[in-house]
Design a protein around this ligand. Sequence first.
Ligand code: C2E
Ligand code: MG
Ligand code: MG
Ligand code: MG
Length: 287
Amino acid sequence: YAAKESGGGVRVFQPRMTTQIQRRLLIENQLREAIDKKILQVYYQPKLHTSDGHVIGMEALIRWEHPTLGWVSPTDFIAVAEETGMIGEITQLVLYEAMRQQTRWAAEGYEVSVAVNVSPVEFRQGDFVAIVREALSVTGCCSKFVELEITESMLMADSSTIQTILASLTSLGVRLSIDDFGSGYSNLGYLQKFPLDSLKIDRTFLSDGEISPVIDMIIGIARTLCLTVVAEGVETIEQREFLIAHGCDQLQGFLFAKPLQELHATQFLKTYAEPGNRWSHRAIVST
Ligand code: C2E
Ligand code: MG
Ligand code: MG
Ligand code: MG
């Protein structure tokens, strides 16, 4: 079928275009149902300390397995959730689940932190600080074990409002980290205005087993600002060696583990808690 363009001409819809629109609508409807039916799951990807390979934290990553669509990537449905306002529910779900999991791990003697990705949209809507405060109090999770991963773009958006929110969040005791650092527009001068704890190097700098020279520069920036520096997307031994040699503090990537379901994440913690069994002594764990 055809649609009229604003210019008056007639443009024929490409079949691919309709498929994309249909998929978008399908995701929107199905996501609503997935949230209501509690089908979304939280997976955890370990972050290891470079010094001795102990697990320092777990990043919570949302997972959605649809009965017919299969695994839908968060990069696809998070965007839909942001546009439709469902992101708030998703963030709360992940916050509560990750905090509950943290308390279970702590109770078993594993003092790992949990990191939750926060969408810029969520940050601008409602009272995010109150949501986090409430989640901490309901779950009984200790705030120093909670990290929020925010994006660079968030810091650039509206500095005074964001500064107030971030200051309130740090006064709750949670830690703040910049995700995908170096992937967007970075105003380096801004960085020191915010109460940040760590900086995650965007994984594009480690794509296809390569090591971008930019990594060295980013580690330098982190050092200057006294921030912990984390590399995500570590896939090869060579990348790991390089990052250790150049002073990166924490490593995360498929080389160590993919995002794992709760049970496997707990097994990972147990396995690597043994000092003689740290990553530096062991082969790759596959999922
Ligand atoms: P992110 O927070 O930067 O997460 C890292 C992504 O890289 C994850 O993809 C992870 O599975 C993937 N990854 C980790 N190590 C490797 C590696 O060694 N190689 C490769 N090729 N990939 C690796 P995932 O889980 O598909 O998430 C994609 C993005 O979606 C996340 O990027 C984050 O921005 C967003 N996201 C995921 N879960 C949530 C959530 O609960 N809330 C929000 N707001 N966003 C989320
Ligand atoms: Mg992240
Ligand atoms: Mg990232
Ligand atoms: Mg990313």
